[in-house]
Design a binder for this molecule. Structure first.
Ligand SMILES: [Zn+2]
Length: 341
């Protein structure tokens, strides 16, 4: 089967029958990447960097590619996205941020700048924010893949970044470190301190705090209770139970639909075995850690699995339809509307 035949025979009918009926006409994706090799210093999966093969991706993914993926995968929906570059040491931060600021001119891209402890001085950061191109930060990860060691949130963010975030109500999109993810007590303490210390900042935890497994979310969810400036993005979360826990314990208004493009343009599903996730994918993508390739299954774009997981969770948690639809657009727009830039 050719790519186009697969698209017409499997993907499109599945989208029109199962996916589109769940979605509002306009979708806001709260976590999408764009980049070009020319904005990178190195390619960690080619140079043997520790953790460098955690997530192997194409080196070219400009804003036009994101647009093309959105058109192909969600063809009947309007699509807007909160976007940022490659947030690891492989990126040239200055080139990446410049590219994002330019991409924001198109109107459908809401750019976040790469920011993090020690990356820019207070003056440089304030200067970048006065250009009014950014809605906030994608917090820089000073490591590759799962080589985060014992890093804490305090190692990633300082008052230099957080004071403007508090004042301007910036989005602070944070990918938490450590093997225990948001279930780790040190991370939980870090998130609570950040949220309480900077109540104006709008903190979004990427990948639901990296809790792809229900057991992780069960242990994590309690730490977010009582914090009204923390949200969770659904990028690459495909387990309905994880999302059901969030809906029941925190409420659906804390969830922001997100993809993590280009990753979920792969056909397959993120599943879990024992205590870790693994991506089951149809042939095509390059080999990567935690990626199992097989032709012996039917599959479509992972974006659909994220959307279906949200729908299944909402059914079990008995979430009203309007609140389910808000996850795909209005919840995130509310955050963007509060940013003072
Ligand atoms: Zn991402």
């Amino acid at each position: 089967m050719t790519e186009q035949e697969r698209y017409e025979k499997i993907d499109l009918p599945f989208y029109r029958g199962e996916v589109r009926p769940i979605l509002p006409a306009a979708v806001l994706d709260f976590h999408a990447h764009v980049w070009s090799r020319s904005q990178w210093r190195q390619v960690p999966y080619e140079d043997g960097s520790p953790g460098g093969r955690y997530m192997v991706v194409d080196t070219e993914y400009p804003v036009e590619s994101l647009r093309a993926h959105a058109r192909r995968i969600l063809p009947d929906n309007e699509y807007e996205a909160v976007c940022f570059g490659m947030p690891t040491p492989q990126a040239d931060v200055e080139k990446t941020n410049r590219y994002l600021a330019e991409a924001g001119v198109a109107g459908w891209v809401y750019p976040l700048m790469l920011a993090g402890k020690g990356l820019a001085s207070r003056e440089e950061l304030e200067e970048a924010l006065t250009r009014r191109a950014f809605r906030g930060y994608k917090v820089f990860l000073n490591w590759f893949g799962d080589d985060y060691g014992e890093r804490t949130i305090n190692d990633m963010l300082s008052p230099v970044e957080m004071e403007p975030a508090d004042r301007l109500r910036l989005i602070v999109l944070l990918h938490v470190p450590r093997a225990g993810r948001l279930a780790d007590p040190v991370i939980q303490e870090g998130v609570r301190a950040l949220a309480k210390g900077y109540p104006g900042a709008q903190i979004v935890l990427a990948h639901c705090g990296r809790c792809y497994l229900p057991d992780e979310m069960s242990k994590a969810v309690g730490c977010l209770k009582g914090l009204d400036n923390v949200w969770l993005d659904t990028s690459m979360v495909m387990d309905p139970t994880v999302l059901q826990i969030v809906m029941e314990e925190l409420g659906p208004e804390r969830l922001l639909f997100a993809t993590d493009f280009p990753v979920p343009a792969m056909r397959g599903r993120r599943v879990y075995l024992l205590d870790h996730w693994v991506d089951l994918v149809l042939p095509g993508p390059s080999p990567s850690a935690y990626r199992v390739t097989s032709n012996d299954m039917r599959a479509s774009f992972m974006v659909y699995e994220i959307i279906l997981a949200i729908r299944r969770a909402a059914e079990r948690a008995r979430i009203p339809e309007a609140e389910l639809r808000a996850i795909f657009h209005d919840n995130g727009m509310r955050l963007l509307g509060r940013v003072k830039v």
